[in-house]
Design a protein around this ligand. Structure first.
Ligand SMILES: Cc1cc2nc3c(=O)[nH]c(=O)nc-3n(C[C@H](O)[C@H](O)[C@H](O)COP(=O)(O)OP(=O)(O)OC[C@H]3O[C@@H](n4cnc5c(N)ncnc54)[C@H](O)[C@@H]3O)c2cc1C
Length: 372
């Protein structure tokens, strides 16, 4: 059977697209070379934060806001359809200042955010400790974002997959797509091993590996891997009530009792190993933020490759000069947050409906225009 749509990659982005397409009645096949959520998605912290600053491009903050708005209903919908709890819950953020310079930076940041209608409060040191008593008492002040959330990213991708499969989508794991099949200016399917699978449309959603199709499509797909390392700790005491972040990284407690320490932002090519220096840097942050956690048990460390782009915006839309192929990649540090809106926008695009948000800023053709 030839499906209407083939999706390459089963991270948060590919699974969200598959779910929305299946819900809209399309026949969908998802090809994943490993398992669902194996790469950046499974490595991520699962924070759903919308805290733009003056450097955030406005189209990206609109996309973030719209996606964040979709989560409560989507979490309920996935629970109803699959019985799977994606762990979506409130996770207010305390962004703390440990030094004077950081304190004035946060003040300026807050002024900009208030001007832009965001819910953010300034807390001085004692007020920060009231909210999060185990924090380092030398913390000078913090910005408090009460509306942020978190979820379990792997459960999220798995629930999206289950819901899509229940609606008739086919998932093939352990299925590395070797090649795109083309006929003139049309992508007509994919090659996997010696097999060809044809489809009306192919969606490229393979995260940091999306650039691997550039050559075959004679089109720049400038998505690059940006490594992020993470450590998990376990304590016997209760976890943190808030996500605690600083200029050097963050701590967040998960429902299973672990506390994540993240993260690095490194240009290391496709090397997805956690390293001694990366982990040492993260562990050094722990006692500076929460002295009590210096005694926590080290349980795990890992790294993932975020799909980064040169202008910080994802690539969403049709590839110039081609029919039958659409790109959804380059979500960098926001791919969990942006998965719901990406799924809906791609379903709109493939059904040739007017997308609910303007997509010009995310046009994959923008790099061609610049190159010309
Ligand atoms: C440490 C860390 C922390 C993060 N924290 C957050 C956070 O708190 N909130 C947030 O919103 N984002 C966060 N991110 C970013 C987020 O994880 C990514 O933006 C998001 O997971 C990207 O999803 P994706 O589906 O595009 O890519 P991926 O999850 O990498 O999925 C791509 C999939 O494609 C598959 N694939 C690749 N090539 C092929 C092929 N040829 N054939 C078949 N399959 C293929 C891969 O195996 C992979 O499973 C974090 C990332 C990291 C690394």
């Amino acid at each position: 059977m030839s499906p209407d749509v083939i999706v390459i990659g089963a991270g948060a982005i590919g699974t969200s697209i598959a779910y929305q397409l299946a819900k809209a009645g399309a026949t969908v096949m998802v090809f994943e070379r490993g398992h669902v959520g194996d790469e950046a998605t499974g490595a991520s912290a699962g924070m759903i934060q919308i805290n733009p600053d003056r450097s955030t491009p406005p189209p990206l903050s609109s996309l973030e806001r719209e996606s964040a708005r979709l989560f409560p209903a989507l979490a309920t919908e996935l629970l109803d359809r699959t019985g799977m709890d994606i762990g979506y819950r409130a996770a207010p953020l305390l962004h703390v200042a440990l030094e004077e310079g950081e304190e004035s930076r946060l003040r300026a940041h807050r002024a900009w955010q208030v001007d832009h209608g965001m819910t953010v409060a300034w807390l001085d040191g004692p007020a920060v400790l009231d909210l999060e008593p185990t924090l380092n008492p030398t913390i000078r002040a913090a910005l408090y974002y009460p509306d942020d959330h978190q979820l379990l990213p792997l459960s999220f991708a798995q629930a999206l997959t289950r819901a899509a499969v229940d609606l008739g989508a086919v998932l093939r794991e352990g299925a590395n797509i070797d090649r795109l099949l083309t006929d003139g200016d049309r992508v007509v399917g994919v090659a996997i091993g010696g097999d060809a699978v044809h489809a009306g449309e192919v969606v490229i959603a393979n995260g940091a590996w999306a650039s691997s199709w550039s050559e075959a499509l004679h089109t720049p797909i400038p998505v690059r891997p940006v490594r992020g390392q993470m450590v998990a700790l376990r304590t016997t005491g209760t976890g943190l009530r808030n996500v605690v972040s600083s200029a050097d990284g963050y701590l967040l407690s998960k429902p299973d009792g672990s506390t994540y320490v993240g993260t690095t932002v490194e240009e290391a090519g496709y090397d997805s190993r956690p390293t001694a220096s990366g982990i040492a840097g993260l562990l050094a942050l722990v006692p500076r933020l929460v002295p009590r956690l210096a005694d926590a048990t080290f349980i795990d460390a890992w790294a993932g490759l975020r799909p980064g782009t040169s202008d910080g915006l994802p690539l969403l839309g049709r590839l110039p000069g081609w029919n039958g192929v659409t790109l959804a990649a380059g979500h960098f540090r926001d791919g969990i947050l942006l998965a719901p809106i990406t799924g809906e926008l791609l379903a709109d695009l493939l059904a040739r409906r007017r997308p609910r948000l303007p997509l010009e800023a995310f046009d994959p053709g923008r790099f061609l225009v610049r190159a010309a």
